[in-house]
Design a protein. Structure first.
Length: 149
């Protein structure tokens, strides 16, 4: 049986998966997010054996749509295409939820691609407001999940 693990990684380690899944056909520079190297940003890698197959990043960023002080943003959640729809995204996100809850975070928010909304809803996340466009990326929805409330 293949060994599956989730561990904290350097932001540069997210680039191959970000590029393959979230920034297909775009320059590698588009894989860099503002705040990637901030001390309160954490990047996670999902591995099978020693191969990274999924990533997600959590940033200390407040969204003005929420009146909560202790909130973080999920960004760059991605599972390599050949591993999608096999439960790996759920595994990664549930681990992040556990870490967030144990760190007394009250809210995790994110901009979900339209195609991923039902995935997040199945994990207890809620859609807020109407859809919006992120240029060159596509239709998104603001989504969130409360913790420790």
């Amino acid at each position: 049986m293949n060994k599956i693990s989730i561990k904290k990684i350097n932001y540069l380690d997210t680039f191959p998966v970000r590029s393959a899944v979230l920034r297909q056909g775009k320059p590698i520079e588009t894989c860099s997010f503002l705040g990637d190297d901030a001390v309160d940003t954490t990047h996670f890698g999902l591995y099978i054996e020693n191969n990274i197959i999924g990533i997600a990043s959590v940033f200390k960023t407040n969204n003005k749509n929420f009146d909560i002080k202790n909130q973080f943003q999920l960004r760059g959640m991605a599972i390599l295409e050949e591993y999608q729809s096999a439960g790996f995204g759920k595994l990664l996100l549930e681990e992040i939820f556990n870490i967030i809850e144990s760190n007394q975070v009250e809210l995790l928010w994110f901009n979900a691609r339209e195609t991923a909304v039902s995935f997040y809803e199945k994990l207890g996340c809620i859609k807020k407001g109407a859809s919006f466009e992120i240029p060159e990326i596509g239709t998104h929805f603001l989504m969130y999940k409360y913790f420790n409330m």
